[in-house]
Ligand binder design. Structure first.
Ligand code: IMP
Length: 196
């Protein structure tokens, strides 16, 4: 029988992406589907800490094995900011355009524009906690380009490409992204566990 694992999110894009990568052998439930509508506080100072907080919340209050993710944009010349604060870099409104403006402003006249997206997934299964990571290196360009994707996609060009994440479209992005890489690690772990 398929094992039910809760993914601590209600983001439909993330759920679709994870279901398509993990395949039919896993039943992935969203927070809505287990009756959880809370906005779990992300109060840790690291991606790892926030991913663990969300997974622990579900395990403690609902009892299911579960995983949660957290992602940040880490810009080298900004000492890895905005990092864990990527969503609210320009304020609590979590406005992507304002966040992009702020990063471009902070990088004005800087020659090193290298950056990376990093995703951490925390999994709690059979009473143990595990962390998985995926990252994609690239650079921040000087002006936003493209309409696909979300967040900082219009100013991020991944290494080996000429287009931004927002120009290449989500099909290409989802194959090479930080999140896809982290999910691949999770899948490898779960697949190996099933064979035990
Ligand atoms: P979350 O942890 O997935 O909610 O991501 C936190 C924030 O990081 C988002 O609000 C976005 O600003 C940014 N972010 C996460 N993933 C991406 C991505 O794939 N492209 C661009 N920005 C992203």
């Amino acid at each position: 029988m398929n094992k039910k694992i809760v993914f601590a999110t209600n983001n439909k894009h993330k759920l679709d992406e994870i279901r398509s990568i993990l395949g039919a052998s896993y039943t992935i439930a969203s927070m809505d589907e287990i009756g959880c509508s809370e906005d779990i506080p992300e109060t840790a100072g690291t991606l790892e800490g926030n991913a663990l907080l969300k997974a622990q919340y579900i395990k403690t209050h609902y009892g299911y094995d579960c995983f949660a993710d957290d992602t940040g944009l880490e810009v080298k010349a900004l000492n890895n900011a905005p990092g864990v604060y990527s969503a609210r870099y320009a304020g609590e409104a979590k406005d992507s355009k304002a966040n992009i403006r702020k990063v471009l402003k902070e990088l004005e006249n800087r020659t090193d524009r290298s950056a990376r997206f990093r995703t951490v997934i925390a999994l709690i299964t059979e009473g143990k906690e595990y962390l998985f990571e995926g990252a994609v290196k690239g650079k921040i360009i000087e002006e936003a380009r493209g309409n696909a994707g979300f967040g900082y996609d219009p100013v991020f060009v991944p290494e080996g490409y000429a287009e931004t994440f927002a120009e290449m479209g989500i099909d290409v992005k989802n194959k090479i992204s930080h999140r896809a890489k982290a999910v691949e690690q999770l899948k490898k772990f779960l697949d190996e566990k099933r064979l035990d």
